[in-house]
Design a protein around this ligand. Structure first.
Ligand code: NI
Length: 131
């Protein structure tokens, strides 16, 4: 389908520059990717029984007492959705965990929320693909 859209010129300029930098030579293709990303970012969250695949990325301060045990204990309760876990020691204080998840959206959201609430956890990002 061909569509025409209106956009502020600055937004289009930024979009073209950024998509060119990441390797898109075709604006239509870049817009299609942006549309798909928006759908996967938002649609799956409203269809909580839908199966999803993705990663929860957690930055935490490992010097906070009990945070590592708490994170591991919590993850044992979600072994039905956790496919893999990567742990990276960033520096003296900070650790990064990348938790690969696969399962029902409401379970994934529940795990991400519990992690976010833990003391010592500084940042949590949830990224879902192919919803
Ligand atoms: Ni570590």
């Amino acid at each position: 389908m061909r569509i025409s859209i209106s956009t502020p010129s600055e937004l289009l300029k930024d979009f073209d520059e950024t998509t060119k930098q990441i390797g898109y030579s075709d604006r239509s293709k870049a817009i299609q990717t942006a549309m798909r990303n928006l759908l996967t970012d938002y649609r799956w969250a409203y269809e909580k029984k839908q199966a999803s695949t993705g990663a929860i990325i957690v930055l935490y301060d490992h010097s906070t007492r009990g945070v590592e045990d708490a994170l591991i204990d919590m993850q044992h309760g979600y072994d039905d959705i956790i496919s893999a876990l990567m742990h990276i020691h960033l520096d003296d204080k900070n650790c990064l965990q990348i938790i690969a998840v696969r399962g029902k959206a409401d379970r994934i959201i529940s795990l991400a929320k519990k992690i976010t609430a833990k003391r010592g956890v500084k940042q949590v990002k949830l990224s879902v693909v192919g919803a």
